[in-house]
Write a protein that binds this ligand. Structure first.
Ligand code: ADP
Ligand code: ZN
Length: 606
């Protein structure tokens, strides 16, 4: 085979063919070009810089924000026979010195470095003494100040372009909006680099969004019903909620662990390690957890609070099903979430345009929750990639019923308008709903609001129905939560048309009985005998992983074991044909694996 990139893919990684944009990106880098790569989480970004680093002369320097995960990346590469190392502050100085020397001697294919470390004099001196194949800047959206993961250390990275103008640079991210993309290109000095944009669709993820009632119970039910024993991640907005929710799940027999930035760092590391190495752990976490976590068999990602933006939501849910097998993204949300997020924005300091931008993102996220059309269509539309309805989200599987909510909307809008006209003041959701429902609360009485013409005009609907209507009107931008004013409501430029009866408002009927895709991963659909074989291989993998002190999926992923269980190869040559088994792994584990199969077959005969 003459093409060195394809050769590396097949020999080292054990895969047959490149995915979508990989080949073009890899060729462009090998030829010395810079690139900006946008691919969804799980799309296969790592190969885009790993293969050029192997093919080009010198070492590929990978800038990665999370030191806690460098070890796993280096372990995975070492298993493949790639010479990889990392430099970070968790390391003994003697080990760091050895790594530096190995780089200078030209002994490394890949070197992972944290951004703050990279820009130290010591590190720059070291880099000047060796040969650099390329710079890869992973999680490049961290350079965006208006984004959802800003890391100030990333701003310094534009320096690389000035210092090493001839070394190709590749920036990679899963955050795809046009504005983030432009900002990354500007800040990293990649203005002339071509953008490689892969499809952002993750067809194996099924989206399911429900209205909050008793959220912890809903979550428990979801896990018990659809993902019992599966590995998953549950995202919460606050540290307290992380701890409460983890304890609640544990008390109901779910193998849950907490993770947030307030836990002692050794406990955090321990929980993360268990999540990566054991099977079936549910990590309950703040968004501090997950970036760089490459565990392929996460079967669900649940959000029990509304995320702040579609970008964040998509990145977090993308951590499910990296192995391409069916996975679920579950979200529970309520009006309270919307109000609370807006309040957090209004309490943060920042320029007015920045705050407005944040508020807009919350409303776009709410729009996803309230949509009556395909969720995936809306998500991909947000990233500028139109598609047909997907058939694998709750609204596609069971289209929501709609009703004409024009009159209800008019009542709500008039209440906001009257209050503003007669009191010169805006109020929050709870008070407005009380007025509509004719509740004589203390607040109503002390403001004499029972005298308003709108008092009691909405007594026919329940609190929950009003909350639902309000959320949808916010999502349709007919009402707005004022960012400067602590969650109070006001009219917008679109309100008038509704009030005058020029616009009909169709609303979705809330129902929490939603259709779910219940297809299970391949390894669970094997014929009974192959299934038994798979289980045997899984035990072998667990023992081997333990002996090597790496997570099981670094030895072989489930897809590879599934194929082995189905085909039962008898020779090393046959084994080497299976996807995910490259030369080094064949040499390390081939004989062992064949012996394990042999033993299994012997047992069958007896
Ligand atoms: P990302 O960094 O974009 O989230 P990864 O680089 O971790 O994604 O890749 C996701 C998974 O897909 C990994 O398990 C990886 O080994 C696998 N993968 C990537 N490219 C290919 C390919 N061409 N063929 C088969 N599997 C691939
Ligand atoms: Zn759909």
């Amino acid at each position: 085979m003459s093409d060195p990139a394809l050769h590396a893919l097949q020999q080292i990684f054990g895969y047959d063919a490149f995915r979508s944009e990989q080949q073009a990106i890899i060729q462009h880098l090998i030829d010395g070009g810079d690139a900006l790569v946008l691919m969804p989480t799980g799309g296969g970004k790592s190969l885009c810089y790993q293969i050029p680093a192997l093919v080009r002369e010198g070492t590929g320097i990978v800038v990665s924000p999370l030191i806690a995960l460098m070890q796993d990346q280096v372990d995975a590469l070492t298993e493949l026979g790639v010479k990889a190392a990392y430099l970070n502050s968790s390391q003994d100085w003697r080990v760091a010195r050895e790594v530096e020397q190995a780089f200078i001697n030209g002994e490394l294919d890949l070197l992972y470095v944290a951004p703050e470390r990279l820009l130290t004099d010591r590190c720059l001196d070291m880099l000047a003494r060796g040969k650099i194949a390329l710079f890869a800047i992973d999680e490049a959206h961290c350079v965006s100040q208006w984004g959802h993961d800003f890391r100030p250390e990333y701003l310094g990275l534009s320096f690389l372009a000035q210092r090493w103008p001839d070394v190709p640079r590749i920036a990679l991210t899963a955050t795809a909006t046009a504005e983030t993309r432009t900002e990354i290109a500007q800040r990293l000095g990649l203005d002339k680099a071509p953008h490689f944009v892969a499809s952002f669709d993750r067809p194996n993820i099924s989206y399911l969004i429900v209205e909050k009632a008793e959220v912890r119970k809903q979550l428990l039910q979801f896990i018990q019903q659809y993902h019992h024993g599966d590995c998953g991640i549950v995202y919460c907005l606050s540290r307290n909620r992380v701890e409460d929710t983890a304890a609640f799940l544990q008390s109901h027999g779910i193998n849950a662990l907490p993770y947030h930035a307030g836990l002692p760092s050794d406990l955090r590391a321990k929980n993360q390690n268990r999540f990566l190495r054991e099977e079936g752990i549910v990590m309950v976490a703040t968004i501090a957890f997950g970036m760089g976590v490459n565990k392929p068999d996460v079967r669900f990602v649940a959000h029990i609070d509304l995320p702040k933006s579609i970008e964040g939501y998509y990145q977090e849910t993308g951590r499910a099903g990296r192995d391409g097998e069916p996975a679920t993204a579950w979200l529970a949300y309520g009006l309270q979430d919307v109000v609370q997020l807006h309040r957090m924005v209004s309490e943060s300091n920042g320029e007015a345009t920045h705050l407005r931008n944040q508020a807009r993102k919350i409303d776009a996220m709410l729009g996803l929750c309230e949509t009556v059309t395909c969720r995936r269509q809306l998500l991909l539309d947000y990233f500028g990639q139109p598609i047909q309805p997907c058939g694998n989200c709750d609204t596609c599987l069971e289209p929501p019923e709609t009703w004409d909510g024009t009159v209800a909307a008019q009542k709500l809008l008039s209440a906001i308008y009257r209050l503003w006209r007669e009191c010169g003041q805006a109020f929050g959701a709870a008070h407005i709903i009380d007025i509509l429902r004719g509740k004589e609360t203390e607040r109503v009485k002390s403001n004499s609001h029972q005298g308003l013409s709108v008092f009691g005009v909405g007594a026919d609907l329940s609190i929950n129905e009003w909350r639902s209507i309000l959320r949808q009107l916010i999502a349709y931008k007919v009402i707005e939560v004022q960012p400067e004013n602590y969650g109070t409501l006001s009219l917008t430029e679109h309100s008038k048309a509704v009030l005058k009866g020029d616009r009909t408002v169709m609303l979705r009927k809330d129902s929490n009985v939603k259709a779910v895709n219940t297809i299970r991963p391949q390894e669970e659909q094997l014929p009974p005998e192959a299934q038994a074989c798979f289980e045997r291989l899984r035990v072998w993998r667990a023992q081997t992983a333990k002996a090597h002190e790496v997570p099981p999926y670094i030895i072989f992923n489930n897809a590879t074991l599934t194929e082995v269980a189905l085909l039962r190869p008898a020779t090393l040559n046959e084994l080497g044909q299976i996807s995910g088994i490259g030369a080094k792994k064949l040499a390390s584990y081939g004989a062992d694996l064949l012996a394990c199969l042999d033993e299994y077959e012997q047992a069958l005969v007896e």
